[in-house]
Write a protein that binds this ligand. Structure first.
Ligand SMILES: [Zn+2]
Length: 84
């Protein structure tokens, strides 16, 4: 009876299982992140380029955001363009 080989085998199995579990967990989180991004792009908030009339910031913001990320004032130039 050689328990040393058995012990090494158990250790190898445990290491293999741990690696597989780790890979599955990483894949799960990566896939979930990709799916969330894809969902947001498809159904969520459409993004558009906006220019802040107060501080001149220019960039992409959500249509529903309505506020400048730099000075936190409302981006109201879009509405003014539409009305006048
Ligand atoms: Zn601003």
């Amino acid at each position: 009876m050689d328990t040393g080989i058995f012990g090494e085998y158990v250790l190898w199995v445990l290491l293999t299982v741990a690696r597989v579990v780790l890979i599955v967990v990483i894949l799960y989180y990566v896939l979930r992140g990709v799916l969330n991004k894809w969902k947001q792009r498809k159904t969520g908030h459409p993004r558009q380029t906006a220019v802040c009339p107060h501080c001149g910031w220019k960039g992409k913001v959500s249509i529903h955001a309505g506020r400048c990320p730099r000075c936190n004032r409302p981006l109201e130039d879009r509405k003014m363009d539409g009305e006048t």
